[in-house]
Write a protein that binds this ligand. Structure first.
Ligand code: NAD
Length: 481
């Protein structure tokens, strides 16, 4: 079995515990590789390497333009390895190889975009209101950044943080999910081969409690950038607040996909099905609540059920598969439990409703695409993130009720609005409390467009020009002339 070590200070590094743990292939339902079991000593080693690199001639001594060019080189190397990285991710997280290929092929754009921004970060000279002073500001890297990522899109979510952090001149210690560590370790090796100086990007693998917690609490860390669950995000926010560390949190969602009676139905049906069932529902922006206007409820439900029922399930490495397995065994159990809870609350199963026991699903952790009708927005199935292929269908009367139901959630990450009425599209988009609203589309993302959550979906925004500011401190220098 392949073994993945930590990557610290430019070197593949065996864990100080002397132990590795298994990482599973969700399609086969069994281990395919082993990963270093990290602990506090490994975290300490990596943070020290990152602190040294932060001050080093090789990194701090680079001009911003040189850093930008290095990010371009990294982008080129990533491009050359995109397909293999996608296969690695699919083996580890079970997501469709076609989707992972699209994702990894898009990653270089983040390194080019932030590489281009590296030498456009400028200080200011305020027109100061006191005689005898020359006053100016400098933008300095915030320091060593801890990046903690979940299992659903390891390299994409890492790159949203890593590219602006490196462009700003920070150094990084990353801790990938214990379920999907391999691709992050491989990426660190590739960046090193591309010429990133030792210690600038380190990876320590292991469990949240053994590696994540000590990393977040480490005094050498200046900023924590986290993507993951609300429960972990809340602990990290508390810890960062206690130590006055910068913190960014990208958390979960319960996003409404709102279909008005005047919508273009075929597009809406496609958008609703892809909105929830892509990646077997394991995306933070999954459109897991379908809010549908009463007049078209039965027709839309029938068409969504029809389209979802044709999904080809099976081996995620097969490019024709449309729905793959659930990434982890505990998540598989959680999704099935939520379907039971919903039925106990009175929801009716319009499609699916249990494990997929089809021959093409092998021994993998597959759940049938599940559609639940008769859902009330107060039910747990409408309020809690399932992170699986489960769609809750909720009818509404008019625009006012649609907005009220959409906002009746502790989350606020994404929302879809399907209508042909431009005025309504804009009115509704402005009243929904979420970080992104898609009109007559769903799930579009770009390095150019800010992304993040309102309410319990998080703090801060990634992507776009402003994201680089989160990795910079502003220093004001007063000179008595
Ligand atoms: P998780 O919170 O369990 O784990 C995320 C990371 O935090 C992992 O690396 C984990 O090891 C680490 N961790 C766990 N406990 C920790 C602790 N006490 N201290 C420090 N680190 C700790 O999340 P997950 O189950 O891997 O991912 C699924 C969640 O991620 C879902 O809620 C999903 O909505 C969210 N997500 C959000 C976005 C977004 O951009 N908003 C994107 C993808 C996923």
């Amino acid at each position: 079995m392949i073994r993945y070590n930590h990557f610290i200070d430019g070197k593949s590094t065996v864990p100080s515990s002397g132990r590795w743990f298994d990482t599973d292939n969700p399609y086969r339902g069994k281990p395919w590789a082993s990963v270093a079991e990290g602990n506090l000593d490994d975290v300490d080693h990596a943070v020290t390497a990152a602190q040294n690199a932060l001050e080093s001639e090789q990194w701090a001594g680079m001009t911003a333009s040189e850093r930008g060019l290095l990010l371009y080189r990294i982008a080129d190397v990533l491009e050359g390895h995109a397909s293999r990285l996608a296969e690695l991710e699919t083996r580890d997280n079970g997501k469709l190889v076609a989707e992972m290929r699209a994702q990894t092929a898009y990653l270089p754009a983040w390194y080019r975009y932030y590489g281009g921004l590296a030498d456009k970060v400028e200080g200011t000279v305020p027109p100061i209101d006191k005689a005898g002073f020359f006053t100016y500001t400098r933008r300095e890297p915030v320091g060593v950044v801890a990046i903690l990522t979940p299992w659903n899109s390891p390299l994409m979510l890492l790159s949203w943080k890593l590219a602006p952090a490196l462009a700003a001149g920070c150094t990084v210690v990353a801790k990938p999910s214990e379920f999907t560590s391999a691709s992050t370790v491989r990426m660190a090796e590739l960046f090193s081969e591309a010429g990133l100086p030792n210690g600038v990007f380190n990876v320590v693998t292991g469990l949240g409690q053994d590696v994540g917690e000590p990393l977040v609490n480490h005094p050498g860390i200046s900023k924590v950038s986290f993507t993951g669950s609300e429960a972990t995000g809340s602990k990290i926010g508390e810890a960062a607040g206690r130590d006055f560390k910068h913190v960014a949190l990208e958390l979960g969602g319960k996003s409404p996909n709102i279909v008005f009676a005047d919508a273009d139905l075929p597009s809406a049906v496609n958008g609703v099905v892809a909105g929830i069932f892509a990646a077997s529902g394991q995306t933070c922006i999954a459109g897991s609540r379908l809010l549908v206007q009463e007049e078209i409820h039965d027709k839309l439900l029938a068409e969504v059920v029809q389209l979802a029922s044709t999904a080809r399930m099976g081996d995620p490495l097969d490019a024709t598969t449309q729905v793959g397995p659930i990434t982890t065994r505990p998540q598989y159990a959680k999704v099935l439990q939520y379907i039971e809870i919903a039925q106990g609350e009175g929801a009716q199963v319009a499609l699916g409703g249990g494990p997929a026991l089809r021959p093409e699903c092998g021994d993998g952790w597959f759940v049938e695409p599940t559609i639940l009708s008769g859902v009330d927005n107060q039910m747990r199935i409408a309020q809690e993130e399932v992170f699986g292929p489960v769609l809750a269908v909720i009818p509404f009367r008019d625009e006012e009720e649609a907005i009220r139901l959409a906002n009746d959630s502790r989350h606020g990450l994404g929302a879809g609005v399907w209508t042909r009425d431009l005025g309504r599209a804009i009115r509704v988009s402005h009243q929904i409390r979420s970080g992104t609203v898609w009109v007559n589309t769903y799930r579009a993302l770009s390095y150019l467009a800010p992304f993040g959550g309102f309410k319990a979906s998080g703090l801060g925004r990634e992507n776009g020009i402003a994201a680089i500011n989160d990795y910079l401190e502003t220093k004001t220098v007063w000179v008595n002339t």
